[in-house]
Design a protein around this ligand. Sequence first.
Ligand SMILES: NC(=O)c1ccc[n+]([C@@H]2O[C@H](COP(=O)([O-])OP(=O)(O)OC[C@H]3O[C@@H](n4cnc5c(N)ncnc54)[C@H](O)[C@@H]3O)[C@@H](O)[C@H]2O)c1
Length: 353
Amino acid sequence: MKLSTPSGFATEVFLVEAPDRELLPEGPWTLVGDLRLREAWLAAGLPEPSHALWVSVPEEEKKLRTVIPWLEHWAGVPLHREATVVALGGGVLSDLAGLAAALYLRGVAWQVWPTTLLAMADAGLGGKTGADLAAGKNLVGAFHPPRRLVACTSFLGSLPPRHQENGRWELVKIALIQGELDWAAEMLQEGPVKIPWVERALAYKAAVVHRDPREAGERRLLNLGHTLGHALEAASGYGLLHGEAVGLGLLGSCLLAEDQGLKAFPPAFLGTMARRLAALAPLVPAWPACLPLLCRDKKARHVLGGGEEPATEIHCILPRPGEPAVQRVLAPQAWERPHARLMDLLDQEAARA
Ligand SMILES: NC(=O)c1ccc[n+]([C@@H]2O[C@H](COP(=O)([O-])OP(=O)(O)OC[C@H]3O[C@@H](n4cnc5c(N)ncnc54)[C@H](O)[C@@H]3O)[C@@H](O)[C@H]2O)c1
């Protein structure tokens, strides 16, 4: 099924059960695929270009150095300007392959075939490509939208349960941005993730990205849960998966919003979120490990105050029950209390389990 996207949107979006070779590029193309998916790709009868790259890239290798051999390989083939790169894999692979496509010959076309729930629901759409630097997540990258996103749900069959859960949080994020508490609560129930949720999330994200492709305003809302989330993810040494860190960041954001005087979320809703996240409690880094990472957030601004040290302000997204989330610029220290309350809530739920 082809999803309807705003007129002129850079990416065609397909959500299908089985992979369809008709959706591959018409002209010359090459593949960068996750080695784990090779068997499934070939078993589905999909073609494998002779110069395909099958790779395994863990989150901690989402680095510029990982893409240099890919670029050298393409130059050696050689791959021409009219070629399209097909990226098959999770968000790490698609962020890097999209970045490589943006860099090679100053930009060649690419398609994304996401194979994790997180990449289907979020990472594959929106044109953000990137890699991490030692100072933090996604600090280098390019806006380079894929021509086509092909989400084949049959690929999810082999995805480990932890990664199924991981993707759920980016969906909950989309509901919370819009203040859709009932939808968020439905997605927090036990049971598998439903494809119509993915469809709904993709439609919302496409509309936001179309209105604000370069994240000058409204698109920042999509960072809900990510300010604290990125800090937790990096401080945990990537022991926390991206979506898990976003889930913790979402709960932290609900608590921060309350601290900032916004309408509080119902305790039962916060309890449900905490229950789903409680098993992660041992992986959550302590506050002193998070603070320096919050100060180095990509969206941090360093402002010269009256004192000798420049003060840091970070852009925060605050969710509200029943209403769209709002944007605020706050000191990183504003997260200290929500972080402590988050830990308490997780501990309470873990003790109850
Ligand atoms: N560009 C964006 O807008 C955006 C948005 C959200 C997240 N991201 C990025 O996405 C990354 C996280 O992506 P992720 O959660 O997909 O993790 P991932 O790419 O690391 O994939 C998770 C694991 O699952 C394996 N895998 C992938 N598909 C599989 C399948 N079908 N069956 C079995 N195993 C499979 C991978 O080899 C990997 O070990 C983070 O780096 C994050 O920054 C980017």
